[in-house]
Design a protein around this ligand. Structure first.
Ligand code: HDE
Length: 756
C-alpha cells in the first residue's frame, strides 16, 4: 500500500511546477490523497501552485480596509483552511470515535463544510438580540504558554478583538437594565484564524443539555398569546419552567442577585461557562475554565435604580460603554483561567467539570491571569459591526479544543445554523466584521451573498488542475488537529451522568457566599418575580426549591408572597462559602465613576471649579448639575459648563453626589406641582427636583457630600446628617476624598437594612 501511495505522491509532484515539493512538507499528506486520475484525454499544462494569498481585508474601527487583494478567496495559497482561516489537516474524513464511527457532533469542520454546501444554490437574534459592542486589543501575558499552543496566547502577542455585550431575553428595542443574564462575546482575530470566546456574565447555565434550550427560551420569552411581558422573567411561564426543572435554579439565583442588573458592561465579570481542553506544544492537555475580570470592579444597580433607568435612559449600558471609550477611559478586563488536570473522570475535587450548572470556587482553583483586554474604539456602524457580527463557540484555534459537555455540543451546532437565517446564507464569514485576519484558502463556493470572485477551476480536493493547491497543514504547520481524546465504547442513551442530579448544593454555596445585604436584595428579587406570577402552584413549587437552598431565603420569600414556607426534604449540605462570589466587602477602583456636583449661581463657584478639577484628576467623571443648561458664572472669566440641568438629571446616572449650593425653587420649576409629592417635604424653598435627586441617591445607598453652606439640603430632604455615608465640610477637597473612599465600596452598604 505504501508503494502505491508513494507512486501517487510522486505523480502529483511531477505534475506540479514550482520550487520544491510542497507535499513533502506536509506530514501524512500522501496518506490522505487517493490515487491520482489517469492522464487527462487532452493533456495540458497544469496550473502552477499559487503562493499563500494575503489575508482578506480586515475591517478597522475607523472603517478603512487596511489592504489585501479584492479576490481574496480563491483556492490558492499553500494550505487548505476553514472559513475562519484555521489550517486543516484533513478534509476527507469526518471526526469519528474510531475509524468505524460513530461520527461526532463536535466535528465543526464537517458541519461547516456540509452546511456551506447545502446552501450553495442560493432577520433579530433569537436570543441576545439587544447588544452593544466595541473594538479593542488583547495583549497576552504569555502565562498560558505552558498549557496551550494558541499563538495569540504567546507572550506579548497583541490581537485585535471585537466584543459584544447583550441582554438575552428582550428584543432589539428593549431596555438595557432589565433583570437578565448578560452576554459577553469576544472575537479574537488571531494569526491562526478567528477564535470566539462566547460567554455570559454568569458562570453557570440554566440547563445541562442543549436539547432543552428551546424549552427554557420559550418559557422566558413573552407569552405567545399577547406577547407580553417584554424582556422580563417575572411571569408564569418562566417560573413554571424553573420550578419544574430545578437544574435551572443555580443560574436563576445568580440573576436574582445583583448579577442580573449590572451597573455597567464595564463592571461585569465574564465566563465561558463550559470546561475547555487546552493542548500545549508537547501535546499535553489541561482542562480549563475562562474568566474575564473587569478592572473597574464588579458592580450592580439596585432594583429601583434599574427600573428608573429603563424609563429614563433605556440605552444606559450602551451609552455608558460608548461614552467611556470616547472619553478615552478604555474599559479593561483581565482574562484568566482556572486549570484542572485532564483526568478520565473530568472532575475536580468532586465537581463534575462537564456539568455547566456547576462552578469551581476560585478558592479551590485560583484564576490565573493570562492577558489583558482593552476596548478602545467604538463601532462606526451599528448594523455592519454590532448586528452582523456572528459568534460561534466552534471558531477555535490550535491549542483550544472542546470537551464532551452536552450543552457545548449543541451550541457547536446552533451558532452556525442560526446565522443562516439571520445573515441570509452561509457566507457570513465574508462580512467585514467577521473576516479573519489570517489567510483564508477555503473551498466553500457560491451561495447567497458570495462576495469573492474566485479564480481557478478546481475548488475540490484532491485536484491536479489547480496544481493540487491548497495543501493540508499538519499540526506543526499550524493545522487544527483535534485532540485524539479517547471515547469509551458505551450504549447509546438519552441520559445525564448521576452527578448532574445535584441541583441544590451549589445554589446554596452561592447563597451562603453573599453578604447579608446581597441576600436581602436576592430575597426581594425572588419575591417580586414570583409576586408577578398568577398561578399559586408555580409559586409553591418554587418555594419548595428555595427550601432546598436555605430556610431563611425560603421563609422570607414565602412571607412576601403570603404563602406558607415549606421545609427542606433533606438535611442541607454543609458547604464552604466562596468569598470571591460576593461583590460586597472589597475595595474597588473608582476610576471612571460618575460624580454629580449640584450647584446654582449662588454657590461658591470657585469651590465648584476646584471640585470639578479634582474629580477629573482622580480619573472620574464630574457632571455639573445646574438649574438650567448653559453655564454658571457666565460673566466670569472662567464659566462652568452645566452638563446636566434639573430637567435632564436623574440620580441613577451618578455614583455619588456632592451639593455645592442649595438651588432655590425657580419661578417656573414645577410651579404647578405639589412639591411634597415629589420630594417628601413640605418645604418648597429648594427645587423639588434636587430633593428628588438626593432622596433617591440616599435610598440607593450612594455616598452623598455637601459643602457646609449647602448641608441644609439634606435636612430639607429628610436625610439625617448622622447616617453612614453623609459627608459635610468646608473643605471641598476633604469632602471629595471621603466621598471617593466610600465610592471604593461602590455603595454605603450599611444604609441598607440587612438581617440574613
Ligand atoms: Fe447562546 N446562542 N446558546 N449561550 N449565546 C446565541 O447565536 C445557544 C449559551 C451566548 O453577541 C445564538 O448568533 C444554545 C451559553 C451569547 O452575537 C444562538 C445554547 C452561553 C450570545 C445561541 C446556548 C451563551 C449567544 C443567537 C444552549 C454562555 C450572543 C444568535 C445549548 C457561555 C452572541 C446567535 C452575540 C447567542 C444558541 C447557551 C452565550 C441561537 C443552543 C451557555 C453571548 O445560536
Amino acid at each position: 500500500e505504501s508503494d502505491l501511495i508513494k507512486a501517487a505522491a510522486e505523480k502529483i509532484t511531477d505534475m506540479v511546477e514550482g520550487d520544491g515539493d510542497p507535499a513533502a512538507a506536509v506530514p501524512g499528506r500522501p496518506g490522505s490523497q487517493p490515487p491520482p486520475l489517469e492522464e487527462p484525454t487532452e493533456p495540458r499544462e497544469p496550473l502552477p501552485p499559487k503562493p499563500d494569498q494575503s489575508p482578506p481585508e480586515p475591517y478597522t474601527a475607523t472603517g478603512r480596509p487596511t489592504g489585501g487583494p479584492a479576490e481574496a478567496r480563491a483556492q490558492s495559497g499553500s494550505y487548505l483552511t476553514s472559513a475562519q482561516g484555521t489550517r486543516l489537516p484533513d478534509s476527507d474524513h469526518s471526526l469519528k470515535a474510531g475509524p468505524r464511527g460513530p461520527v461526532l457532533l463536535q466535528d465543526h469542520h464537517l458541519r461547516e463544510k456540509v452546511m456551506h454546501f447545502d446552501h450553495e444554490r442560493i432577520p433579530e437574534r433569537v436570543v441576545h438580540a439587544r447588544g452593544a459592542a466595541a473594538h479593542g486589543v488583547f495583549r497576552s501575558y504569555g502565562t498560558a504558554e505552558n498549557v496551550t499552543r494558541a499563538a495569540f496566547l504567546r507572550k506579548d502577542v497583541e490581537t485585535p478583538v471585537f466584543t459584544r455585550f447583550s441582554t438575552v431575553v428582550g428584543s432589539r428595542g428593549s431596555a438595557d437594565t432589565v433583570r437578565d443574564t448578560r452576554g459577553f462575546a469576544t472575537k479574537f482575530y488571531t494569526s491562526e484564524g478567528v477564535y470566539d470566546l462566547v460567554g455570559n456574565n454568569i458562570p453557570v447555565f440554566f440547563i445541562q443539555d442543549a436539547i432543552k434550550f428551546p424549552d427554557v427560551v420559550h418559557a422566558v420569552k413573552p407569552h405567545p398569546d399577547r406577547e407580553i411581558p417584554q424582556a422580563q422573567s417575572a411571569h408564569d411561564t418562566f417560573w413554571d419552567f424553573v420550578s419544574l426543572h430545578t437544574e435551572a435554579i443555580h443560574h436563576t439565583i445568580w440573576f436574582m442577585s445583583g448579577r442580573g442588573i449590572p451597573r455597567s458592561y464595564r463592571m461585569m465579570e465574564g465566563f465561558a461557562v463550559h470546561t475547555w481542553r487546552l493542548v500545549n506544544d508537547h501535546g499535553e492537555t489541561t482542562l480549563a475554565k475562562f474568566h474575564w475580570k473587569p478592572k473597574a470592579g464588579v458592580h450592580s444597580l439596585v432594583w429601583e435604580e434599574a427600573q428608573i433607568v429603563n424609563g429614563v435612559d433605556p440605552d444606559f449600558h450602551r451609552r455608558d460603554l460608548a461614552d467611556a471609550i470616547e472619553a478615552g477611559a478604555y474599559p479593561e478586563w483581565e482574562l484568566g483561567i482556572q486549570t484542572f488536570p485532564d483526568t478520565p473522570e473530568q472532575t475536580f475535587q468532586g465537581i463534575d467539570l462537564l456539568d455547566p450548572t456547576k462552578i469551581v470556587p476560585e478558592e479551590l482553583a485560583p484564576v490565573q491571569p493570562i492577558g489583558l483586554l482593552t476596548l478602545n474604539a467604538n463601532p462606526s456602524n451599528y448594523f455592519a459591526e454590532t448586528e452582523q457580527v456572528a459568534f460561534h463557540p466552534g471558531h477555535l484555534v490550535p491549542g483550544i479544543d472542546v470537551t464532551d459537555d452536552a450543552l457545548l455540543a449543541g451550541r457547536l451546532f446552533s451558532y452556525l445554523d442560526t446565522q443562516l437565517l439571520r445573515l441570509g446564507g452561509p457566507n457570513f464569514a465574508q462580512i467585514p466584521i467577521n473576516r479573519p485576519h489570517a489567510p483564508v484558502n477555503d473551498m466553500l463556493r457560491d451561495g447567497m451573498h458570495q462576495t469573492a470572485v474566485h479564480k481557478g477551476v478546481a475548488p475540490y480536493k484532491p485536484n491536479s488542475l489547480d496544481g493540487g493547491c491548497p495543501f493540508f497543514a499538519g499540526g506543526d504547520e499550524g493545522g487544527y488537529v483535534e485532540v485524539p481524546t479517547r471515547v469509551e465504547a458505551a450504549h447509546k442513551v438519552r441520559k445525564a451522568p448521576e452527578s448532574f442530579a445535584d441541583h441544590f448544593t451549589q445554589p446554596r454555596l452561592f447563597w451562603l457566599s453573599l453578604s447579608p445585604v446581597e441576600r436581602e436584595h436576592t430575597i426581594a428579587a425572588f419575591t417580586f418575580e414570583l409576586g408577578k406570577c398568577y398561578e399559586n402552584a408555580i409559586k409553591e413549587r418554587t418555594l419548595r426549591a428555595l427550601a432546598e437552598i436555605d430556610p431563611y431565603l425560603c421563609e422570607k420569600v414565602a412571607a412576601g408572597l403570603g404563602l406558607p414556607a415549606p421545609e427542606a426534604t433533606r438535611e442541607l449540605p454543609d458547604v464552604q462559602p466562596s468569598p470571591a462570589l460576593s461583590q460586597v466587602g472589597r475595595t474597588w477602583p473608582t476610576k471612571g465613576r460618575v460624580i454629580g456636583v449640584v450647584a446654582d449661581e449662588h454657590a461658591d463657584l470657585d469651590a465648584v471649579r476646584a471640585l470639578r478639577g479634582q474629580i477629573f484628576d482622580g480619573g472620574m467623571v464630574p457632571l455639573v448639575v445646574a438649574p438650567t443648561g448653559g453655564r454658571l458664572g457666565a460673566d466670569s472669566g472662567d464659566p462652568i459648563v452645566a452638563q446636566r440641568s434639573f430637567a435632564t438629571a436623574r440620580s441613577v446616572e451618578f455614583d455619588a453626589l456632592i451639593v455645592a449650593g442649595i438651588p432655590a425653587r425657580g419661578e417656573d420649576a414645577f410651579a404647578t406641582r405639589d412639591a411634597k409629592a415629589w420630594s417628601g417635604t413640605t418645604d418648597v424653598s429648594v427645587d423639588p427636583r434636587v430633593l428628588q435627586l438626593l432622596t433617591e441617591a440616599y435610598r440607593h445607598a450612594k455616598p452623598l457630600g455637601a459643602l457646609s453652606a449647602a448641608q441644609q439640603a439634606f435636612d430639607l430632604a429628610d436625610i439625617p446628617a448622622d447616617t453612614p455615608g453623609i459627608v459635610v465640610g468646608d473643605d471641598g477637597a476633604a469632602v471629595l476624598r471621603e466621598v471617593v473612599d466610600l465610592l471604593g465600596h461602590h455603595r454605603v452598604w450599611d444604609r441598607f437594612p440587612a438581617h440574613a
